[in-house]
Design a protein around this ligand. Structure first.
Ligand SMILES: *[C@@H]1O[C@H](CO)[C@@H](O)[C@H](O)[C@H]1NC(C)=O
Ligand SMILES: *[C@@H]1O[C@H](CO)[C@@H](O)[C@H](O)[C@H]1NC(C)=O
Ligand SMILES: CC(=O)N[C@H]1CO[C@H](CO)[C@@H](O)[C@@H]1O
Length: 501
């Protein structure tokens, strides 16, 4: 009898516990949803403050260089169809080469990156084979191939246009590609018979090719560019700029200048043209350089010489930041790093890059009056946007620019203009340290400040000068189900820049 009563009591207890736990779970879920809604409302309100009045003139932006058509196909379907029985061993030794010369090398290279789910962009040195592959891709079911306008410069140009700017783009384009660009965007460049094509082999997580299974969705890009590496439109853009006089000049697409395309000294000569363009801008024009994934150390060192000293602003993601920081500090490159770095770590790397560039300026500006002192760095990651600007510089609205970039990131990756709080993943905590150094202050992200901003002093140089900077960090409402990731950086960087003019 007592035992039974005892049992009943235990059952009652477990029911109660389960009940409390369900309520608790619901409470937590509701709180998370509530927090997302609060952050979203905050970000949208800050974005709303950016609306230009009808009286304000549209900002003028110029951007180089190059354009291409992206031909997107299903990787496994394409390879099964044309190379069904030729599946190679995936090994780093044969797979990680920078240039692909023939079919065997292509298959080895693809297998290696596919198996690791890593993004890759490779040069196909054999143009006969490249033309053949594009031909194969065109033969594939018309429904399943997709042509898009590609290249950093045109994608950023469209984004600037959508943000209400007047835009001048430096690029050669064919008659087929030009209609894909809004007609209001002015073009400095020639009409060419054929655009460079980028063959984009896309795969999803779990896609199979022979014995290999892709661990995550990604893309393998193959190109054989004739125009883009040579930055053929630079001179025409320089000429057009004399009359146009923009508030902002953006340089992008230099990662296409792979060494295999050039004879000795040729690449330096092209980069000198970029330098000439940057140094011929009046002080009233802000120069921005959009980083990209650079693997070749020599090219990075050339950028440090010809490009970085002449820009006011830099845009990049967390991988590119680590890489640049290593090159500036130690003269070496790094490979893939943490895809979701702590805010404190990213901010410290941003400060290091900023200090390196300020010190270069301090050492050399007396002998080269065209040099510019860096005043802005924007780093975009999956989970947040961080923008550092010199206090009192020409860059306006740093907080709103970070909010805008965060919203663009969400809209791009979710492929939706409408933001649904339930489709969002919270990656950031409520607060973060502003540096990995001991006793660094902490900032809160919440209803009161969805985008925390603060000022601090940066010390640099032999005489330990102090420079006041403003830093803003905006949380990205990360999409639960990513729909599109490649190319997000162009949209994000351009929307952040547009907000600061
Ligand atoms: C280039 O590709 C073609 C077509 O596949 C092939 O016949 C030729 O041998 C390749 N050339 C080199 C140098 O690998
Ligand atoms: C490619 O096609 C295969 C089968 O036809 C499919 O399983 C796979 O998910 C497709 N991949 C992409 C990226 O569409
Ligand atoms: C989300 C978003 O803003 N996406 C845009 C990115 O840029 C392209 C043009 O380059 C637009 O078509 C997208 O709508």
């Amino acid at each position: 009898m007592t035992a039974l009563r005892y049992m009943g009591w235990i059952t009652g207890c477990s029911v109660l516990t389960a009940f409390v736990s369900i309520i608790w779970q619901a409470f937590i879920a509701l709180q998370t949803l509530n927090r997302t809604t609060v952050l979203l409302t905050g970000l949208l309100a800050i974005e709303g403050s950016l609306k230009r009045t009808a009286l304000e003139p549209a900002p003028k932006v110029a951007i180089g260089y190059g354009a291409c058509t992206d031909l997107q196909i299903n990787a496994t379907e394409f390879l099964d169809r044309y190379y069904g029985r030729r599946i190679p061993v995936a090994a780093a030794t044969t797979g990680s080469r920078a240039v692909v010369n023939n079919e065997d090398e292509l298959l080895q290279s693809f297998a290696y990156y596919f198996q690791n789910g890593a993004a890759a962009e490779r040069v196909m040195a054999n143009s006969t084979l490249f033309t053949q592959l594009v031909g194969y891709a065109k033969v594939m079911d018309k429904e399943r191939i997709n042509w898009y306008m590609g290249g950093n410069a045109p994608l950023m140009a469209v984004r600037f246009f959508m943000e209400g700017a007047q835009v001048l783009l430096g690029a050669h384009m064919s008659r087929k590609l030009r209609p894909l660009l809004p007609k209001e965007i002015r073009l400095a460049g020639d009409e060419i018979p054929n655009d460079d094509i980028h063959l984009i082999l896309e795969y999803k997580a779990g896609d199979k090719w022979g014995p290999y299974v892709a661990p995550r969705a990604n893309r393998y890009i193959l190109h054989n560019d004739r125009n883009n590496p040579h930055l053929r439109a630079v001179e025409q853009l320089t000429d057009a700029l004399k009359m146009y006089q923009p508030q902002l000049l953006v340089v992008s697409g230099l990662q296409m200048m792979d060494m295999f395309t050039f004879k000795s000294g040729e690449r330096e000569a092209r980069l000198q043209q970029v330098q000439r363009q940057l140094t011929s801008q009046p002080q009233g024009t802000l120069n921005h350089f959009e980083m990209a994934s650079y693997v070749e150390l020599q090219l990075l060192q050339q950028l440090r010489h010809f490009v970085l000293p002449y820009v006011d602003s830099l845009g990049m993601n967390e991988q590119e930041l680590s890489n640049l920081q290593q090159v500036l500090a130690h003269g070496r490159t790094t490979l893939a790093t943490d895809w979701n770095p702590r805010i404190a770590h990213t901010l410290d790397q941003m400060r290091q890059v900023f200090i390196s560039l300020l010190e270069d300026y301090e050492d050399r500006s007396s002998s080269d009056a065209k040099r510019r002192s860096i005043s802005r760095i924007h780093v975009h990651t999956l989970a947040y946007q961080a923008i550092l600007t010199t206090a009192g510089s020409k860059w306006k609205n740093t907080r709103a620019a970070a909010a805008k970039a965060a919203l663009t990131a969400h809209r791009y990756v979710c492929k939706s203009q409408f933001i649904n709080p339930e489709a969002v993943l919270q990656v950031l905590d409520d607060s973060f340290a502003t540096s990995a150094q001991a006793d660094a202050p902490r900032m809160r992200i919440g209803a009161a400040s969805p985008v925390p901003c603060w000022r601090e002093y940066i010390q640099y140089g032999r005489h330990r000068q102090r420079l006041e900077v403003e830093i803003c960090v905006a949380p990205v409402l990360v999409c639960r189900e990513a729909r599109k990731t490649a190319g997000a950086g162009d949209n994000i960087s351009a929307s952040g820049l547009a907000a600061q003019l």
